[in-house]
Design a protein around this ligand. Structure first.
Ligand SMILES: Nc1ncnc2c1ncn2[C@@H]1O[C@H](COP(=O)(O)OP(=O)(O)OP(=O)(O)O)[C@@H](O)[C@H]1O
Length: 663
């Protein structure tokens, strides 16, 4: 059920937080009027469709869909939990919930299996376009064309193939009023329910509010309404200010509550609107009953106000001491999974990554400890989070501890926690360790090879006994966790060197999965597109072919992390152009190239390198690599594993290079 849902609707469906049935039903609940349908049909005909046309059911390829999802990752991330809650309310009613992007391309669907099968016949599935241009009048396409919530029922669909459907769709807008996508509930026309559109609209509103709040995390966020009981409900208005009082944005309901347009609000600061400063507001709120204040706008409108700061600064204060943990990332039970966090969303068309995803999907949530290996920056933590998201524990905490990032002396307290007064400097009330914080969820131990030997024994005991003994405590506390570990170190070698306990190793390596280095992957273009979309959800970025060529040649010692930070810098350099060119790449990119390659690039850039000299340089690099491989193999007495380790490449890569050499 949607979190916080309270009363039951007549249909048996629940009402969303803070809304009575009457309020929910204020929204349109009947199929669209004839005039709207007439214009939609006229548009469909103008697109060259005929009622008996066979629509284009071709979906996007997997790679294209991955890029589409990445471009819409913020929408997807905030919409999926709402879709799940909405679906819970209509489950077993022969319906499905559909999310599309602003063009009507389907991003995600959830629904009853029997109806999904029927829906497959008309390609209501991810990657297929449901714009009016493609499918004629339908709730998704028509909601986009009309920019408003719409029901299209049975014969109102333009294509006869879709007459068995009843669809209710509501557009989703961003804070600036730009269309982001559409939320739709589609079902068998015999199961039409007049409350469906109301539910869809409320859910779309919920997604908009969540997108709004997440977009302004560093801002002072005001929840406003003329009636105090509406604060904290879907009907509240949201208005954001910078900490210095400058106006940033307002939700649609926020505009309605102030009675002002966005343009008018943009002329104001918090002080000019309310006659007090942000600091005074915070001061008054601290003393106010229930954290709620009544304020008068300069135009005489009175509104009730609650403030939050996106939670960030409050969290920073309350967790100040915890920051020692460096990479603690607890996830609250209601925090939605991000798109980038699901296993399937990590598919990028590379066969090695596909194989990793397939293996991990089989073990996620089955109680099998996973050990992720791979060079630094290959995405081990990303995958760990995705495994957690794919497990039944996904609503519980994901707690990460990087054993290499904290001093050895602190690992024990961090991991096992401690009792009040356990040692000098301990916090008064003691501290819950990471293991207990992860209770019910997943504990991710990064760089497990750096775990001190004495703590390895204690960790093993926790895993065997499923109970933890905090420092200074006299009795153990039962704990239920799944453990995922990661390392870039050769643990077997460490066992041989007596640096890692063999018994712990076997306890942790239920499944060992190696993540390939970026240079071994075949999906560079998709990865780059995804990162660009992740770094800037607002704009579509392009990257020049020359840059992509350099990227393909680059050895990427820092793997995905290096690529990510390079793109971030290049985007800043490219500024407003939304296109990354050679000149936007930072100097250290060229510095990490092998010397011979740098010369080739530099010469080519200056236009002085003839094709012949470029080939010579490339040949020099290849020759140097061959020499290095031969020398390393000789030094390792022909042991390929040892040579690969010394060269910092995988055995497969080394075999590939050796066979290329002998071809
Ligand atoms: N699939 C992905 N898509 C986009 N970016 C990614 C992906 N995986 C990783 N990254 C980027 O690379 C960075 C490093 O990823 P992550 O921390 O998961 O790697 P790691 O292997 O755990 O690194 P280390 O071994 O150094 O701890 C992330 O912060 C993110 O910016």
């Amino acid at each position: 059920m949607i979190p916080g849902a309270a009363a039951a609707m007549p249909s048996g469906a629940a009402v969303l937080p803070g809304l009575s049935v009457a309020q929910a039903c204020q929204w349109p609940v009947v199929p669209a009027p004839d005039t709207l349908i007439d214009s939609a049909h006229r548009r469909s005909a103008a697109y060259g469709l005929r009622p008996d046309s066979v629509a284009d059911y071709t979906p996007l390829s997997r790679g294209e869909l991955a890029i589409l999802l990445e471009r819409n990752h913020a929408l997807y991330r905030h919409a999926t939990p709402v879709m799940e809650s909405l679906y819970e309310q209509i489950i077993h009613t022969h319906h499905m919930v559909v999310l599309t992007d602003a063009s009507g391309a389907i991003l995600h669907t959830i629904g009853d299996a029997d109806f999904m099968e029927k829906a497959d016949r008309v390609a209501l599935s991810p990657g297929v376009a449901w714009s009016e241009q493609s499918k004629g009048t339908n709730a998704i396409g028509t909601a986009i064309a009309e920019q408003s919530a719409t029901v299209i029922h049975a014969g109102q669909h333009y294509l006869s193939a879709n007459h068995f459907l009843t669809c209710s769709a509501a557009p989703i807008f961003d804070a600036g009023g730009k269309l982001l996508g559409v939320l739709d509930v589609t079902g068998d026309q015999h199961h039409f329910h007049r409350h469906t559109l109301g539910l869809v609209r409320m859910s779309a509103q919920m997604i908009e509010n969540q997108l709004f709040t997440s977009s302004y995390q560093d801002a002072v966020l005001l929840h406003v309404h003329s009636r105090p009981e509406f604060i904290g409900t879907l009907m509240e208005g949201l208005i954001c200010f910078r900490p210095d009082g400058r106006f940033l944005a307002a939700s649609r309901s926020g505009l309605f509550q102030t009675g002002m347009s966005m343009a008018a609000l943009q002329m104001h600061s918090f002080q000019s609107l309310f006659g007090i400063s942000i600091a005074q507001l915070m001061d008054q709120l601290r003393r106010a009953d229930g954290g709620l204040l009544a304020l008068n706008l300069f135009n005489g409108i009175r509104m009730h106000v609650r403030a939050s700061d996106g939670g960030r600064s409050r969290q920073m204060i309350s967790h100040a001491a915890d920051r020692l943990t460096l990479r603690e990332t607890p996830q609250s039970p209601l925090q939605p999974a991000s798109a980038g966090q699901s296993l399937a969303a990590l598919a990028t068309g590379d066969a090695q990554i596909d194989a990793v995803i397939s293996k991990l999907s089989k073990v996620a949530g089955k109680g099998i400890p996973v050990l992720l290996t791979g060079e630094t920056g290959t995405g081990k933590e990303r995958f760990a989070r995705a495994i957690h998201q794919a497990s039944p524990r996904h609503r519980q905490a994901f707690v990460a501890l990087n054993c290499a990032a904290i001093p050895e002396s602190l690992i024990e307290a961090e991991l096992f926690g401690y009792e009040e007064g356990a040692f000098t400097g301990a916090r008064k009330k003691g501290q819950k360790g990471k293991i207990l914080q992860a209770h019910g969820g997943t504990l991710f131990l990064d760089e497990i090879g750096d775990m001190p030997l004495n703590l390895q024994a204690r960790l093993l005991r926790v895993l065997q006994e499923r109970a933890v003994l905090p420092v200074g405590a006299v009795s153990t506390i039962p704990v239920n966790i799944e453990v995922i570990c990661a390392t870039h170190q050769p643990l077997r070698q460490m066992i041989a060197d007596k640096l890692f306990r063999e018994d712990l190793y076997y306890r942790l390596n239920g499944m060992v999965v190696r993540l390939p280095a970026l240079r071994e992957r075949t999906d560079l273009a998709v990865v780059v597109q995804r990162m660009l979309a992740e770094l800037d959800a607002q704009r579509i970025w392009e990257i020049s072919e020359a840059v992509m060529d350099e990227f393909r040649r680059h050895p990427w010692p820092g793997n995905l992390r290096q690529l990510h930070s390079l793109l971030r810098t290049a985007m800043l350099m490219a500024d407003d152009s939304s296109r990354i060119e050679i000149q936007h790449l930072p100097d250290d990119f060229w510095e990490s190239l092998p010397a011979a390659q740098t010369h080739t690039v530099a010469a080519a850039e200056m236009g002085t390198a003839s094709a012949a000299s470029a080939v010579t340089q490339a040949t020099t690099v290849a020759a140097a690599e061959r020499r290095l491989i031969r020398d390393t193999l000789a030094a390792c007495d022909g042991n390929v594993s040892a040579a690969a380790r010394q060269l910092g490449i995988s055995r497969n890569t080394l075999y590939r290079k050796l066979s290329a050499e002998s071809d």
